[in-house]
Design a protein around this ligand. Structure first.
Ligand SMILES: Nc1ncnc2c1ncn2[C@@H]1O[C@H](COP(=O)(O)OP(=O)(O)OP(=O)(O)O)[C@@H](O)[C@H]1O
Length: 243
């Protein structure tokens, strides 16, 4: 399979803090990977480096053969990387359809007119919001806000989707629906990197996962093996003691 994303010694410092410290890994097209680690270990910072919301202090982030390290978020979105945010970034004063039209027009493929409408509606359909296209985003409950946040990422027709704790805060029934939804996206061929604390979801969805601790990648491999790795267990226990 082809390498889709190659991260080489990516680093990001905040003053003296090494939030991301010499992280390297690759992902191939068509795969789904979990990115785990205790609170503050650098996962969101790494997603921010990949999606251009932060500039790396050092390192290369090569996507489809192009080094995008330090490029602006809009350029990276156009190159084909879409993401969700831990705190949803939907536009409450707009309808659901208007929310997803924006990325359909300004995302990876820049659709116009009827085609933008088709892509936007398809993104709503995929996330179970198809029948509420003209509802106001401000009226959505929590899970539906999360669905809309995901629909916005899908409307950009990404070649790589980054999910930042998209399943967090869902009740047990919603969690099962959320897992099924991510599985269907992955099954349709969209490569995904998902930052996730819910181990049940990681086990169910990700054949591979990587673990960060204090900015470093401390494990990367088959999920069952990684989750029974001594260094990984120690990192999580350390986090529990600090909490
Ligand atoms: N903009 C910033 N300025 C200063 N420090 C930051 C900034 N963003 C993150 N940090 C610090 O970098 C470290 C890594 O944070 P990050 O949010 O990437 O962790 P995380 O693994 O995503 O945590 P969580 O699971 O809690 O979301 C933390 O110590 C955090 O306080």
């Amino acid at each position: 399979m082809m390498t889709l994303l190659q991260i080489e010694k990516a680093a990001r410092n905040f003053g003296g803090l090494k939030a991301v410290d010499q992280v390297s890994f690759e992902i191939e097209s068509g795969t789904i990977m979990g990115l785990l680690g205790p609170n503050g270990s650098g996962k969101t910072t790494l997603l921010n480096l990949i999606s251009g919301f932060l500039t790396p202090s050092a390192g290369r982030i090569v996507f489809n053969g192009r080094d995008l390290a330090g490029a602006r978020p809009d350029k990276i979105a156009r190159a084909g990387i879409a993401r969700t945010f831990q705190l949803v970034r939907i536009l409450p004063s707009l309808t659901l359809l208007e929310n997803v039209m924006l990325p359909a027009v300004f995302g990876h493929r820049s659709h116009w007119g009827k085609e933008a409408d088709r892509v936007a509606r398809a993104a709503l359909e995929k996330t179970g919001l198809g029948e509420r296209a003209s509802a106001s985003a401000g009226d959505l409950n929590y899970i539906d806000q999360k669905r809309l946040e995901l629909a916005r990422a899908l409307a950009a027709e990404p070649e790589l989707l980054l999910l930042d704790e998209w399943l967090a805060g869902l009740n047990p029934t919603e969690l099962q629906e959320g897992i099924a939804l991510i599985r269907s996206l992955s099954g349709s061929g969209i490569p995904i990197i998902m930052v996730e604390h819910i181990m049940e979801a990681v086990r169910a969805l990700c054949p591979r996962c990587a673990v960060m601790n204090a900015g470093k990648l401390i494990a990367d491999g088959e999920t069952a093996k990684v989750l029974s790795d001594k260094a990984v267990i120690a990192a999580y226990l350390g986090d529990a003691e600090d909490a």
